[in-house]
Design a binder for this molecule. Structure first.
Ligand SMILES: Cc1ncc(COP(=O)(O)OP(=O)(O)O)c(N)n1
Ligand SMILES: Cc1ncsc1CCOP(=O)(O)O
Ligand SMILES: [Mg+2]
Length: 229
């Protein structure tokens, strides 16, 4: 596959990207993932961290179970932070941030698996791309309740700035994104939304995912200022 086709595939996987760990979920995580997949989630990230997170064998068992659910419906399963775990599971990819192992080193270790890197500035974005990132996670776009050590809120303007700087890489917005904010995020330049609480704490998970995905797809079809430049 050409690199252009690959990046279009990654872009589609970013449309409705569920990020979760057991601590985020009101219901049993397997149920959450099942409902999210039924609603059309396009990618799932296993992010088992924070107070009360599972460790050791229970963590591995949960990861395997969620990965299996994703495999059955052909949705990529990404592991947050932990390259060892990703390799052990033969996961589809890894997501790392600026405080994690360098993107260049992770790229060497994971071969052609998908590599997502968090970026907060144009400089970080450029470096991540040079080091082999397939997509960027940009945020927090809005205030978030799901990450204690999150960077300062950036607002959708950061997405616009990245596009204006000529960055054509697949980008997903993250942080405080709710169904009402999807359109603004995509119109500012994101290819999709990465979401924890708006899905894991929803009363109707399947409906929440369906609604968010529908808004992403509609907003991509009627692009905002950034994509027209
Ligand atoms: C899609 C996506 N974007 C950003 C992040 C945040 O990654 P990071 O900055 O490494 O923070 P932690 O998630 O590890 O706490 C993400 N996980 N996913
Ligand atoms: C992991 C992460 N990285 C930046 S904000 C965030 C948390 C996103 O969670 P929520 O969608 O609940 O705001
Ligand atoms: Mg990280």
């Amino acid at each position: 596959m050409s690199s252009r086709m690959l990046s279009e595939t990654v872009r589609r996987h970013l449309q409705m990207y569920l990020v979760l760990g057991s601590v985020n979920c009101l219901a049993e995580p397997g149920w959450v993932v099942q409902q999210a997949l039924a609603g059309g989630a396009t990618m799932v990230q296993f992010r088992e961290k924070g107070r009360g997170a599972l460790t050791g064998a229970p963590r591995l068992e949960l990861a395997r179970r969620l990965q299996d659910q994703c495999r059955r419906v052909g949705v990529p399963f990404i592991v947050n932070d932990d390259v060892e775990l990703a390799l052990e599971l033969d996961a589809d990819g890894v997501h790392i941030g600026q405080d994690d192992e360098s993107a260049a080193s992770v790229r060497e270790r994971i071969g052609n698996r998908m590599l997502g890197v968090s970026a907060h500035t144009i400089e970080e974005a450029r470096r991540a791309i040079l080091q082999g990132a397939d997509y960027l996670g940009v945020g927090p776009i809005y205030p978030t309740i799901s990450k204690d050590d999150a960077n300062a809120v950036q607002g959708p303007i950061i997405l616009h700035e990245l596009r204006k700087a000529g960055m054509d890489v697949p980008i997903v917005g993250i942080g405080g994104i709710t169904v009402d904010r999807v359109e603004e995020v995509v119109r500012a330049g994101a290819d999709g939304v990465a979401v924890i609480s708006a899905v894991t704490q929803a009363e109707q998970i399947r409906t929440a995912v369906e609604e968010m995905k529908k808004k992403v797809v509609l907003s991509i079809k009627s692009p905002g200022v950034s994509q027209k430049l």
